[in-house]
Design a protein. Structure first.
Length: 169
């Protein structure tokens, strides 16, 4: 299953050449790369969030596997909805879902559930992908759309993710 972009051409350019130029314009001139276990990125249209997202991602060392937690603005689907198979289309090309990692998370986690509906019209993860792709190259990822919940539930989800991935290669 391929998830096509829903806000390409609105929140960010749909043309790969224009998008690349915009991201390069947002990128700081001097970069020191660091190893990061987690980062927090904004997910609005690039006119609002692109410079912060590009500055942040440009400073991290590439990873080949990423778990992306994004806000679920639509309220559709499961509370912690994992898109478990296929790929997502970006103007730069397709990024594949890390299906083995997604399967492991679904097996180990109580709160995280397979759900494509939550991602159908949600932009939060989609908006981050072109910037991540630009700086990290081709990687596999597991997208999880997150509904509003309590701090206790979010702590539990974080622990579930940690416990699932600590030995994953």
């Amino acid at each position: 299953m391929i998830r096509g972009p829903i806000v390409s051409g609105q929140f960010y350019p749909s043309n790969a050449k224009v998008l690349k130029g915009l991201i390069e314009d947002f990128t700081p001139r001097e970069i020191t790369r660091l190893s990061a276990k987690a980062i927090i990125l904004p997910h609005a249209g690039y006119v609002y969030s692109g410079k912060v997202a590009a500055a942040t991602v440009s400073k991290i060392l590439p990873r080949k596997k990423i778990i992306i937690l994004g806000t679920n603005h639509t309220g559709q689907g499961k509370d912690f909805a994992l898109y478990s198979r296929g790929a997502w289309e970006t103007p730069f090309g397709r990024l594949s879902i890390d299906e083995p990692l997604g399967k492991l998370l679904l097996e180990k986690a109580v709160h995280i559930k397979a759900d494509l509906i939550a991602h159908q019209f949600e932009h939060s993860i989609e908006v981050e992908l072109p910037i991540l792709y630009h700086f990290l190259g081709n990687f596999q990822f597991v997208p999880i759309a997150c509904q509003v919940s309590t701090l206790a539930i979010y702590r539990s989800v974080a622990l579930e993710i940690y416990e699932a991935i600590k030995g994953f290669k």
